[in-house]
Design a protein around this ligand. Sequence first.
Ligand SMILES: Cc1cc2nc3c(=O)[nH]c(=O)nc-3n(C[C@H](O)[C@H](O)[C@H](O)COP(=O)(O)OP(=O)(O)OC[C@H]3O[C@@H](n4cnc5c(N)ncnc54)[C@H](O)[C@@H]3O)c2cc1C
Length: 436
Amino acid sequence: MTAVENDADVIVVGAGPGGSATAYHLARHGVRVLLLEKTEFPREKVCGDGLTPRAVRQLIRMGVVGGSAATGDSAGAAAAEDGWQVNRGLRVIGGGVRLELDWPDLASFPNYGLVRTRLDFDDLLVQRAVAAGAKLRTSVNVLGPVLGVDDRVVGVQAEVGPDREPATFHAPLVVAADGVSGRFPLALGLAKREDRPIGVAVRRYYRSPAKHDDDYLESWLELRAKGSDALLPGYGWIFGLGDGRVNVGLGVLNSSSAFGKTNYRKLLTDWLANTPEDWGMTDESNAEGPILGAALPMGFNRVPHYTRGVLLVGDSGGMVNPFNGEGIAYAMESGEMAAEVVVQALARPAGAERERALMAYPQELKARFGGYYRLGGVFVKLIGRPEIMRMATKHGMPHPMLMRFVLKLLANLTDPRGGDAMDRVINAMTKVAPAV
Ligand SMILES: Cc1cc2nc3c(=O)[nH]c(=O)nc-3n(C[C@H](O)[C@H](O)[C@H](O)COP(=O)(O)OP(=O)(O)OC[C@H]3O[C@@H](n4cnc5c(N)ncnc54)[C@H](O)[C@@H]3O)c2cc1C
């Protein structure tokens, strides 16, 4: 049998933030990367468009923000000039209290967050991957793996272009960064774990001169319909885009009794009907586009993260943070971790030695996020009980110091070494929680 020629050292399936970050970091190490994406850029992706300092850190690592432009008064100011909406923290609304919490000052993370529509954002990231040397092919719909000896994945089958021409691409390693649908891992038999938290979220854009340039991300712990005191299920957000519009949405977790039994679109319009008129969200004519939604796969809901030549990155591996629904930072971070492991693995001969190197990927993911996600699973169960959530909001919100701790915990923002007392408590809690 003649050996097939490889099209690349690594094929990355999907060019969302996870796939583009993986491709960028691989290409920077001189690895030949083929990045396959089924859509064409720029393209919309249903999201809240909010980026915490954890995500900004990854953007800096990819040279998307920061660099020499960050020499002005503040790094955030430089980003603002480049069309990003900069935020300095989180505004939490609940229990009759409105609290503004600035992002913490840490050695490990910048102290600002950003907002940018995914229409722009994903395009910027993929361009960085291409500039670093990755080869991008769009309009390539990957259908499934090509299997070699021992059922190891040695490539992908796809259909290409508008005519859906069948095509096969070969590489010794494949990264599945195909998002929440996880079609590629599914084709390998890796189903979603039902014992992990999952959410559903919907969002819409509105023109809102009053809220568009907010320099805080706004989070609503309690949602109510107009003229009613009863709590609606879910948690809401309003993120200013800085271009006259806001991204408004809400999410419901599977620990809520309303999960799967609610009309989420109606829930959003019911809540928005109760917002101040001058915000613009009570008026349908200010809306841009339909209400769109998707699932949030949390707390490692698809494992193993490495098997038979395939590494799972981002939503494909269920990596959304159960505490706050943030997924972009974790997609980019897992992409970088996968790239680091793959670079080492490719430097070894194929076989047992290379496999040993590849097994470091799930181990490192577990070490970095396992304990934290485990705690997140407990958190999701607790806040699914309305009486606990009511009590926590009522007694927690009036205490800014406690809420600063909660912000660090929910956004996963601590210094691993040399942090303050809050950091030490959070780090200890995540160490004690058994990794998942
Ligand atoms: C309503 C909503 C609000 C959210 N808000 C936020 C937020 O404010 N902040 C935040 O951090 N996270 C948020 N998230 C989560 C975030 O959107 C995801 O976690 C993030 O997009 C994951 O990135 P990814 O690269 O893993 O996957 P994706 O962004 O889904 O990218 C996957 C890519 O793979 C491509 N693809 C899929 N299948 C194939 C195939 N067969 N062949 C080729 N290409 C394929 C897709 O076209 C896509 O480009 C939100 C999610 C939802 C639903």
